[in-house]
Design a protein. Structure first.
Length: 278
């Protein structure tokens, strides 16, 4: 919840103080070229998956291309200094450099693929209708700070509703997850079911990207591919994000996004661990 508060405060100040022209100055004019750059912005503006959704929602309303916004949204929780350091620390003594670079590289590639696909689709088919309405400018000279805080409060209430639902369901799942550990371990040796099971666990546990590597490192029965799938899928699509995305995307888009990420991350994690030398 503190991360959501931080994200919505940032979104409120973006709403009031950030001119639409500022986006054109930061990113290349070529929208296709802005996608790979957006995937690296997490190195400069590190945010977790909870905080990034309200920020992207506000930037899209400001005129940020959806393809650029989604690339940053998916990559930033993984491609940022905090997550990189925590992953390196979590896998200390377990090929930490390989696992860290693999997580960052795979997360970046998946985010780019999503960005390039969305680039080809009209935004009106993907985002909620209220985000497509033109946004009126604010008078910065009269009550700018008050307007920023009011905007942040509105975003916080909207996002907190979805987040609370996700956390409540996650809590119900977590109370019964321990008895299933033996069943989970029985899938560890499967090259396909192992990564699929780990992504399922990542979805329900809804861990923060800055700490999930410690859980992955402790699951010694699973392959490197399965651990990578866990650490890449979770920050991009977990139970709390399922509800948070509801404030940005249409329902059918969220379903397609979740299925696509599950298949793409699962397949690439297996191939990565098999063909990229450790």
């Amino acid at each position: 919840m503190p991360f959501i508060l931080l994200g919505t405060l940032l979104s409120g100040f973006i709403d009031v103080y950030l001119p639409k022209s500022a986006l054109d100055k930061v990113l290349p004019k070529n929208r296709l070229l802005s996608i790979p750059i957006a995937g690296l912005l997490g190195l400069l503006m590190p945010v977790c998956e909870c905080a990034v959704v309200p920020v992207i929602r506000r930037l899209v309303k400001k005129g940020l291309p959806l393809s650029t916004g989604v690339t940053y949204m998916l990559a930033a929780p993984i491609v940022n200094p905090i997550t990189i350091l925590s992953t390196y620390k979590a896998f200390s003594g377990q090929q930490e450099l390989y696992m860290t670079l693999s997580r960052v590289g795979l997360g970046y590639i998946i985010a780019l693929i999503a960005g390039f696909i969305i680039f080809k689709i009209p935004s009106s088919k993907l985002v909620r209708q209220d985000l497509m309405r033109p946004q009126e400018g604010h008078d910065h000279q009269h009550g700018g700070l008050t307007m920023a805080l009011r905007s942040a409060m509105k975003d916080f209430v909207d996002i907190a509703v979805y987040f609370s639902l996700g956390v409540a369901i996650t809590a119900l799942f977590n109370t019964g997850v321990a008895p299933g550990r033996e069943a989970l371990n029985s899938l560890a040796g499967s090259p396909i079911l192992g990564p699929a099971a780990m992504m399922g666990v990542a979805f329900f546990l809804s861990l923060c990207s800055t700490s999930d590597a410690f859980i992955a490192a402790s699951l010694s029965h699973f392959t490197k591919g399965a651990k990578l799938a866990f650490m890449v899928f979770g920050p991009m699509f977990d139970l709390k994000l399922l509800f948070l995305y509801r404030s940005l995307f249409k329902t059918r888009v969220i379903i397609i996004l979740g299925i696509s990420l599950f298949i793409a991350i699962g397949a690439l994690s297996i191939l990565w661990a098999a063909f990229i030398p450790s």
